[in-house]
Design a protein around this ligand. Structure first.
Ligand SMILES: [Zn+2]
Length: 167
């Protein structure tokens, strides 16, 4: 039997979780996070409220809080749509993986946990403790989902603007 490291096991599990999710929830085309979350609600049979908040430097860029009847995902409104998608997917990653709601990383810790991944969405400072593997797993799920969305949305906003000018 081939031995896997904890991280490659996690990576394998994350891919399996996303695959299972995408069997039941389609990524909307054209891409819409709201539409995706609507489908996710139906799949999980649990409401998800997306709450925008005004981010200030040094504070968390996202958070997830499960209530008895529904989940709340908070994300920074004063950032790019791509960054918001990343934050929301990261929090969805925590939900899918069944983590305790304790997204805790600062950007520096996140870079340590997942050096080859983008730390942009990882500025979570919600408790005193660090849970690096949970963060790594949530970030992997977010990254895999973002890669899928990129296939639907190959052109970024800048390229779309450039195309519009030349039409
Ligand atoms: Zn997190």
């Amino acid at each position: 039997m081939k031995r896997r490291s904890t991280r490659s096991k996690l990576e394998f599990n994350c891919r399996a979780q996303v695959k299972e999710l995408l069997r039941n929830v389609q990524l909307p085309n054209p891409w819409s996070m709201n539409n995706f979350i609507d489908q996710l609600e139906t799949y999980r049979q649990r409401e998800i409220d997306l709450c925008a908040f005004l981010w200030t430097p040094g504070s968390a860029t996202g958070a997830w809080h499960p209530y008895a009847t529904h989940d709340v995902i908070a994300y920074a409104e004063n950032t790019t749509p791509a960054h918001q998608d990343h934050t929301i997917f990261h929090e969805v990653g925590h939900m899918l993986a069944g983590h305790a709601p304790r997204c805790v990383l600062s950007t520096t810790e996140a870079e340590g946990a997942a050096p080859h991944l983008r730390p942009a969405a990882l500025n979570h400072l919600l408790s005193a403790e660090s849970h690096a593997l949970d963060e790594y797993e949530a970030e992997l799920i977010a990254t895999i989902l973002l890669a899928q969305v990129a296939k639907i949305r190959p052109h970024g906003p800048l390229q779309r603007r450039v195309e519009a000018v030349f039409q």
